[in-house]
Design a protein around this ligand. Structure first.
Ligand code: SF4
Length: 48
């Protein structure tokens, strides 16, 4: 909440949930399709 501008706070909540549900899935994240791959520091990214 400290880094998200006020006007995006409500939407950001949903974006994070949807990102976890459809892209960054717990068992096998879809890193090749991820739009924040370049920012993500997870060391074991999945390959295409
Ligand atoms: S690049 Fe990072 S944030 Fe994106 S799906 Fe992979 S682990 Fe998740």
């Amino acid at each position: 909440m400290k880094v998200i501008p006020d006007e995006f706070l409500i939407d950001a909540h949903h974006w994070l949930i949807l990102h976890g549900r459809y892209v960054c899935k717990a068992r096998q994240p879809d890193c090749p399709q991820c739009v924040i791959r370049d920012l993500c520091q997870f060391k074991d990214k999945t390959a295409a």
